[in-house]
Design a protein around this ligand. Structure first.
Ligand code: SF4
Ligand code: SF4
Length: 376
């Protein structure tokens, strides 16, 4: 790997929220305190050193920022108030933009105008689709109710069209995310050219990826177990909701009013609870700013919380209005729900905050691969 210094790196990193990173005088307390730092993958001090020296390529090939779960222990003990926990957070934003080949991630993280502009653009497109495009194909609002007294939601949001749209959106987002993960793999494993990992090791260690996505065991090593639990509820609620609205939409978006113990309703209630619980912890924490990990909020943090909360609240309203036969209220809530859900998935999953859901378990997997790497 070439050793090139980028004198502009400092200015570039500041755009991602990094504050006074030059305050660090490398005492190493943060690394000693970090419950997740391990032999061969030491952080955060080493990463701060790379930032200060402008070693861009070494920083880009670092897996460590993703191994940090922002418990805040390092920030609490730093004698120079250099806030190493937030430095790692900012580094994750920077790395997300470096993996992304479209350049949009950088735009969204460094310009509120770009991010809010894209959100509004997709939101307007969704509203126009429901108010102009679908009615032109004969799909209309109706106040006629089902035999059970529920709203005929499929007459205005035809399930076969919404399902096709969902799949198209999922394929686009997955393609973007996978291509970015391949770039992450290239930078972390492949680019150095000094070591190689056998295909057998790739296959043998793959279970770690799934396990870390589902359980986040590294996160559980932080002292604050409550935050791990609330984050796990948020993640599991989101994953369940994503699967049911993409893969099982005809089963989920039904006009029938099912019994409360039906699996469809139970999954919906669990996902809603998980999301609300995780969101409340994050919103209250960021508003109070008492805990170090919530003391600094980037614009993207609040935008993400706003969009996810709006999605959950409008989803709850759709359900309440639909089963109580409130037709127009259901349609308005449905349009509002889609107007915030679609931009959130298109922007947050491949380009912004939500991409860490994929990068973190892959980082653990790549770390394991590096442990078994042999010199070329
Ligand atoms: S960030 Fe703080 S604790 Fe860590 S090495 Fe620098 S001065 Fe020491
Ligand atoms: S925030 Fe926690 S996990 Fe992250 S570097 Fe600091 S001590 Fe380690």
């Amino acid at each position: 790997m070439s050793i090139r210094v980028n004198p502009e790196l400092r200015n570039q990193l500041i755009q991602y929220g990094i504050g006074d990173w030059n305050a660090c005088y490398h005492c190493g307390t943060c690394t000693a305190m970090c419950p997740l730092s391990e032999e061969g993958f030491l952080f955060p001090r080493k990463k701060i050193r790379l930032m200060q020296m402008g070693l861009e390529a070494q920083l880009e090939s670092s897996v460590e920022p993703w191994l940090c779960y922002y418990c805040g222990d390092c920030t609490k003990t730093c004698p120079r108030d250099a806030n190493p926990g937030e430095l790692m957070m900012s580094l994750r934003r920077y790395l997300t933009s470096r993996y992304d080949w479209t350049g949009l991630s950088k735009k969204f993280y460094t310009s509120e105008t770009w991010e809010i502009g894209f959100i509004l653009f997709f939101a307007v497109m969704v509203v126009l689709s429901f108010l102009v495009i679908l009615p032109s194909f004969g799909f209309r609002f109706t106040t006629e109710l089902t035999a059970q007294g529920g709203v005929k939601v499929n007459s205005f949001a035809p399930i076969h069209i919404v399902e096709k749209f969902d799949w198209t959106m999922a394929i686009i987002v997955a393609s973007l995310l996978i291509s970015n993960i391949l770039r992450m793999y290239y930078k972390i494993i492949w680019k150095s050219g000094q070591e190689k990992v056998s295909l057998f090791v790739h296959i043998r260690e793959f279970w770690l990826l799934i396990f870390n996505f589902a359980v986040q065991p590294k996160f559980s090593k932080c002292d604050d177990k409550n935050y791990w639990i609330s984050h796990w509820f948020l993640m599991s609620g989101y994953t369940i909701m994503f699967i049911v609205i993409v893969v099982y939409l005809p089963w989920f978006q039904t006009e029938k009013i099912l019994p409360i113990y039906n699996l469809q309703r139970l999954l919906g209630y669990y996902a809603t609870f998980g999301l609300l619980f995780g969101l409340l912890v994050a919103i209250i924490g960021r508003a109070r700013r008492e805990d170090v990990k919530f003391r600094f909020s980037h614009v993207s943090d609040w935008l993400f919380l706003f969009m996810l909360t709006s999605t959950v609240v409008t989803g709850i309203l759709i359900h309440i209005f639909r089963i109580n036969g409130m037709a127009y209220a259901t349609y308005i809530a449905y349009i509002a729900h889609m107007a915030v859900l679609v931009p959130m998935i298109l922007i947050e999953v491949p380009f912004s905050k939500w991409s860490h859901l994929a990068y973190r378990p892959f980082a653990v997997y790549f770390t394991q691969l590096k442990k078994y790497a042999i010199p070329r």
